[in-house]
Design a protein around this ligand. Structure first.
Ligand SMILES: [Zn+2]
Length: 218
């Protein structure tokens, strides 16, 4: 663990997990260990013991850690997207389909509604059937978000990773949203909206492998 003030590596005797207090021998900074979640990996972390709902698949040369994106929101999003899409597309194109007369202005006007409907429906499907995973090997990793084999993939190579952390962003209404951020040539994020224990597990896994690799190179 590093001191949040001066980044010096802390001495073991100055870290007290029971009282949740750590002290830096260099700058005398005293801070709560629990506030450092997402910045260090506890020594008790075991990659083979994920929290409930996270699966670990050990391949010959890689490790895949994954979890479902199923959420309560999906239960609302599915009917909502169907009703929303049905009403807007039906309202705009319904009369044209029934009468067989196409009006170019109405047709163009409806295109954004069709796109939003597809987008909403896609989100709803993700929230019910979606999965996110990270596959790690000796070169780097790939984050996947999607359904089955169809989805979005973002890759990084270990050599280019400069930071692994849990970052908090805020929505326009001020709600916090945490995600795992792997800073490489491109920023790779994962786990936005996941439960805290799952997100912490993904962070611990990626961070500890990254740290180990760095120590071997140095
Ligand atoms: Zn310090």
């Amino acid at each position: 663990m590093q001191c949040p003030a001066c980044s010096v590596e802390l001495l073991e005797e100055n870290i007290n997990i029971q009282t949740d207090v750590a002290r830096c021998h260099a700058c005398k900074n005293v801070f709560k260990i629990s506030e450092q979640v997402g910045k260090y990996v506890p020594p008790s972390f075991d990659i083979t013991k994920p929290p409930e709902g996270v699966t670990v698949n050990q391949g010959t040369h890689s490790l895949e850690l994954g979890t479902s994106l199923r959420s309560l929101a999906g239960c609302f999003l599915v009917p909502f997207s169907i009703v929303w899409g049905g009403l807007s597309i039906g309202g705009i194109y319904g009369t044209q389909i029934v009468t067989g007369e196409w009006d170019i202005i109405t047709t163009l006007f409806g295109i954004p509604f069709v796109l939003i409907s597809f987008f909403l429906f896609g989100l709803a499907m993700l929230a019910v059937f979606g999965r996110t995973s990270i596959t790690l090997d000796s070169n780097g990793g790939t984050v996947f978000t999607g359904i089955g084999n169809t989805g979005y993939r973002r890759s990084f190579t270990w050599d280019l990773v400069t930071d692994v952390s849990i970052k908090t962003t805020y929505t326009s209404k001020g709600y916090p949203n945490k995600s795992l951020v792997i800073q490489a040539k491109k920023k790779v994020t994962m786990g936005s909206g996941l439960k805290e224990d799952k997100l912490t597990y993904f962070f611990n896994a990626v961070y500890s492998i990254w740290k180990k690799r760095k120590e071997h190179i140095v």
